[in-house]
Ligand binder design. Structure first.
Ligand SMILES: [Zn+2]
Ligand SMILES: [Zn+2]
Length: 143
């Protein structure tokens, strides 16, 4: 169950983005705000379905798309075919555990923006995101 702080915060963000508050949008954003990790659309749909048994998969996908277009959630860049989502839209990087598949956030300060000179070709970087691969702390401990 959502605590009041999370609920109010989610409502405020939807209002700020001038997105009409629907139960599905609220549920999706609330879930992503609370959930650790970077779930796939299917995982999100499964979770929302437990609470709204009549929410179709399409409804959840549409809610995700509306939230993404409003800048309230973002798609996480990974190499796998599955798109993952998170509600942390601030710049940050990701660590992917190759043993258990978990995706963790990495602080933005961990990497400096690539030097303009190194890019060449007149390209201008607006955002960048580094994906690190290795073993998470728990998997590394297991050896
Ligand atoms: Zn792991
Ligand atoms: Zn993240």
């Amino acid at each position: 169950m959502a605590d009041k702080v999370t609920r109010d915060n989610v409502e405020a963000r939807l209002r700020e983005a001038e997105l009409r508050l629907t139960p599905q949008r609220f549920a999706v954003l609330e879930y992503l705000t609370r959930a650790a990790g970077h779930p796939t659309a299917d995982q999100i749909a499964a979770e929302i379905n437990r609470r709204f048994p009549r929410a179709s998969r399409a409804t959840v996908y549409n809610a995700l798309k509306a939230l993404r277009d409003a800048g309230l959630v973002r798609e996480v860049a990974t190499e796998e075919a599955l798109t993952r989502y998170e509600s942390n839209v601030e710049p940050h990087h990701h660590f992917v555990c190759r043993a258990c598949g978990k995706i963790e956030d990495v602080a933005p300060e961990a990497f400096a923006a690539p030097a303009r000179v190194a890019l060449g070709g007149g390209r201008e970087v607006e955002t960048f995101e580094v994906v690190l691969r290795g073993r998470c702390a728990a998997c590394a401990r297991r050896g």
